[in-house]
Structure formats: structure tokens, C-alpha cells
Design a protein. Structure first.
Lengths: 317, 317
């Protein structure tokens, strides 16, 4: 079995940055991922809000992150962690090929957007189908877009998209929204119209989104709407399976709970990236990975520090 | 007077990223800085831990950040904020040339490393003289380095540098250290030697650090030591003047206090970057800027949200 100071699970921006920082701090580290490195970054058509790159293809940025991390740390791709146990004070992470033993674990397992599961959704992803208004809204300024959902996130997305200049319609399968009243008030004040009791049956387009086929669940009526983008906000699930197996506490919203230093409720277990919630940007995920690695370094180097939050200042500067 | 949704003070990674995110979210924003854009980034000889750039000259990265931000937001350089007041619910920021009115303010004013004030220190900065072991330590692996100071930061730096493979000596002007015992134990366990009761009188070098001239304060003895780098850890002061004028609370360590969403104790005032403390990396500063801008957007768009921390989730995804 291979022994490490820290085993990082997840090779998105959070995990890769944790790898860079862990090794630079002198820790022996490895990064494991069930898929390929880069996380959701690689799926984005263009990223314009990661400082330093005015506009970059998601695949290219993912590649840059990966190559940067590879200068420091081994990355095992397509090797999902299938089980974990604690043994002699170490964390053992089992994959289908190997076992990795770590004095600490950084959980950067990300989250999955819930999908509609309708025709066109997968094929047109990144070509008008999006699960992230903050990431992609900017590309549809002045265009007609549809937001799917009825919760806080969906209504927040609709407001956000309207605010940046999209022509927004919301579609919801019921006759009332789950979102908070304040948000709903704001949305109606902004003249965002809602298609009630209706579901998207198909997303239509040739190479890019051109419209949607909508069915009214009460009347059964089916119609086609022309538009340029569909933002799907029907919830998402952080990948907290590993965190739960390790006994780490979750938040009310089912994210992995961390403090400001990315420490979870379990000693020597840290969290970073989408799995911990927050604003979920590439830049924040990377920063959380850096912070998690520095905290692991600190706790492994000087366990006394962690008893008092402010004592972490000793590491700074 | 020019009216903005948010006035961002400080054009380092935190302020510039806040500018990008604020404008992308639909806010009218401006960035002010008393110096030139880029902050401390521009002073670093090489940056190897900002994900996406395996190794980049600090000046170049600062330039990239600035140009990226300029796509979205006006930046006023060499225009220090001299005063501020509240007027009709808006924040008025006065510079020597203009007044800027903002519904919100993002404070990203950074911090200043305290200097020794000895010959050679300024000339050899970035050429072996450093104020940041995490940033620059890696370049001196296997080399002889000196850490100046006796507090938690200095001893933490010495441990960090030893851990990554530098040959470390600490120099302190007294006969005992202020650092916590646990840290001192660790340092002595790691065989880091200390030059007691002594001060650096001069940093010597031709183009890069070659050694230091040291004076023992008790015996008056002066000697020269050959080495490759001097890490100066004699404290630092966050630039909190503006924060204090706005009435924002500071931490025990004199940093600007913020919550996870970068909100200060004053409504519509946010903090990001070195001024708020933490691990003080470029990547974390940028992430904090992004988060601060998204919180400003949220609070300006829907002030009800901020009454309950978890309601911010409504913005996510």
C-alpha cells in the first residue's frame, strides 16, 4: 500500500490546487479521481471569469490546471474511490485498483447538477444548455433564455439573468413557486414571466439551442418556443458519499460542512470546492483547495495549532 | 460626482477580481488604487502557485489581471482614497482628484510587510530578500537562508522553509522567542539553529543576496554570513484605515473582520484579500474578491437575503 501525508479525492480545480499547495508545503500527496482531471471546468464552452484568462475554452483551462498540478503531484484518473476505512490512525482509501493510505484526506469530490433527462439536453450541453447562470449567462445578453425550476436557485438565476440583460422566462411544473416570497416579488417586479404547470419535453437545436418543446401538464397542450438558452436549475447534489463514510458532518443543505480553514468535523479531513457549497466558482474552488492543503500541512506539522482558530495566524505571512 | 453600485478600493488580485465579478453580475463598479494595479503580485519575481500558470513573472501576472479587469471595469491608479463619509445612504469616497459615490464598498486595501530598514533590503527585494516564505521559499530549496524575527510567523516560516528543504537559520534580536512553545519545540526538534541577541545590519549582494552583516547586540561583535536568501518576518500591518473610517470591526489581530461571504460588520461594506488576513495567497485573494462582489450584488438586489446566512444558497448554482 502507498503511504501519503494527504490523499486528495477529486481532480477538479479544488483538488488540483490542493495538490500543488500540499507538495509545495512539503507533504507527500496524491490526487484520485473517478473521472478525468479538470472536473466541471472541462465541460464549460468558455470561461471568462477566472482571473488571468480573459476568455478560455474550459477544456484548455482544465488541461492547464492538470499540467500545473502534474509538476508536483501524481494524479490517478478514472480510478474512483470505492470504500474507505480508518486503520492505525490512518485513512485507507480503496479504489478498484489499489489502496492508498493517508494521514489526512482532502475531499474535493464536487457536485452533480440534476438533469431533466429530456431529449436534446445532453447533446446541447455547453451549446445553450447550462446548469450555471453565473458561468454562462453573460454569453446570452440580449437573447431569449428559459430558466427551468421553481426554487430559490431557479428564481435567483432568473433575476440574475434578467439583471445582466437577458430576456428571461421561467418555466415551472406547478402552479406556485417554492422560492422565498422576497425573491418572487423581485422577480415579478422585474417583469419576468412564468410559464406555469408546464414541463420541458425536448430541447431543440442543431449544433446550438434553438428552442424548446413545452407541455402544459393541466391542459396537455404542447407548444414550441424559440429561444437561445435553457438554464436548468432543478437542484444539485454534492458528492458527499466519501465524506459521510468518514463521519464528517454535513450542512442543512447537505453540503460538506467546513470552517474558514476548510477543516471538517473530522480531524485531518478537509473539504474544498463544490462539495462544500458556497458561490461555486472556479476561482473559489481553487482557493479552497489551497487553504485545505495549508491547513493539512499545519495540522500534520503542529497539531497544537488547531486547538485555537486564531493560532493559525502563526503560519501566515 | 460619479455614482456606482459598488466602489472597490484596491487593485490587487482581490479588487480586480471583485471588479470582474461585480460588472458581470450587472453592477456599475469602479476600482481605485493609491498605487498601480496588481498589488503585491507585481513585486514577486516568479509565481508558481497560481493555478493555470506553472511559472510566471509577477509583473506579467499583474498585467494579465489588470487587462482582464479592464474588459469590465474602470481602474483609477495612483489615486489614493483620502477620506470617506456617509451621505443619503451612500458611501462617498474622496480622492485627491474626485469623489466617488457608492451604494456599497469593497475594501481590498491589502497589507504592508514591516521592513527592517537596512542597506540592501530594498535593492535586493525579489532577489533573495523576501517577506513571504510560502511564495518564495520554493526557489531556495537546498540553499542557505536566514529568517529574521521571533514571533509565530517567523518561527512558522523557519519550519516551513526547513520542511521544503532549505538550510535555515533564524536570527532574533532578543535571547528568547515570542513564538508559542509548541512551535519552538518543533523548530528545535527540526535542528534549526538560532542566532540570539542579534540584528541584521546589512544585506549584501551584487544583483542577488550573497550574505548578511550581523551584529550581536550584547557583545557588539560584527560578523558576515554567506547565504542565498533573507526572509523577513517582523510583522505586517493590514491597511485598515478606510475600514476603520467606515466603522467596520477588526479582528483581534487587527485585520478587517468578515464572515464567510466577505461581509463586514457594516452593511454594504465587504472585505477581500490581505486586509482580511487568512493564508494570504493570490488565489485566495482573488476568490475573496469574487465572493465579495457576489455578496454585494446579492445584498443590493435582495436585501432580505442577508438576514439569514443560509438564504444565500438561493443565489447559488
Amino acid at each position: 500500500m502507498d503511504d501519503y501525508d494527504t490523499v486528495i479525492v477529486g481532480a477538479g480545480p479544488a483538488g488540483l490546487t490542493a495538490g500543488i499547495y500540499a507538495v509545495r508545503a512539503g507533504l507527500k500527496a496524491i490526487v484520485l479521481d473517478g473521472k478525468t482531471a479538470g472536473g466541471l471546468v472541462g465541460e464549460s464552452p468558455a470561461i471568462e471569469n477566472y482571473p488571468g484568462f480573459q476568455s478560455i475554452d474550459g477544456m484548455k483551462l482544465a488541461e492547464k490546471f492538470k499540467n500545473h498540478a502534474l509538476r508536483y503531484v501524481k494524479i490517478k484518473e478514472i480510478e474512483p474511490v470505492t470504500d474507505t476505512r480508518k486503520e492505525n490512525g490512518r485513512f485507507i482509501l480503496k479504489t478498484d485498483r489499489n489502496e492508498y493510505s493517508g494521514k489526512s484526506v482532502i475531499i474535493a469530490t464536487g457536485s452533480e447538477h440534476r438533469h431533466l433527462g429530456v431529449p436534446g439536453e445532453e447533446e446541447l450541453y455547453g451549446r445553450g444548455v447550462s446548469y450555471c447562470s453565473t458561468c454562462d449567462g453573460f454569453f446570452f445578453k440580449g437573447k431569449k433564455v428559459l430558466v427551468v425550476g421553481g426554487g430559490n436557485t431557479a428564481v435567483g438565476d432568473a433575476i440574475y439573468l434578467k439583471g445582466i440583460g437577458c430576456d428571461v422566462t421561467l418555466i415551472h411544473r406547478r402552479d406556485s413557486l417554492r422560492a422565498e416570497k422576497a425573491l418572487q416579488d423581485k422577480m415579478f417586479f422585474m417583469d419576468i414571466s412564468v410559464i406555469w404547470d408546464s414541463v420541458v419535453e425536448e430541447i431543440i437545436g442543431n449544433g446550438k439551442v434553438g428552442g424548446v418543446r413545452i407541455r402544459n401538464k393541466k391542459t396537455g397542450e404542447v407548444k414550441t418556443e424559440e429561444l437561445s438558452a435553457v438554464f436548468i436549475s432543478v437542484g444539485e447534489s454534492p458528492n458527499t458519499e466519501l465524506a459521510k463514510k468518514l463521519g464528517a458532518r454535513l450542512t442543512e443543505d447537505s453540503y460538506l460542512q467546513v470552517d474558514r480553514w476548510m477543516r471538517t468535523s473530522v480531524r485531518y479531513v478537509y473539504g474544498a470546492g463544490d462539495v462544500i457549497g458556497g458561490v461555486k466558482q472556479i476561482i473559489t474552488a481553487a482557493a479552497e483547495g489551497a487553504t485545505a492543503a495549508l491547513s493539512a500541512y499545519e495540522d500534520l506539522t503542529n497539531p497544537y495549532w488547531k486547538k485555537e482558530e486564531k493560532s493559525v495566524e502563526g503560519f501566515e505571512a
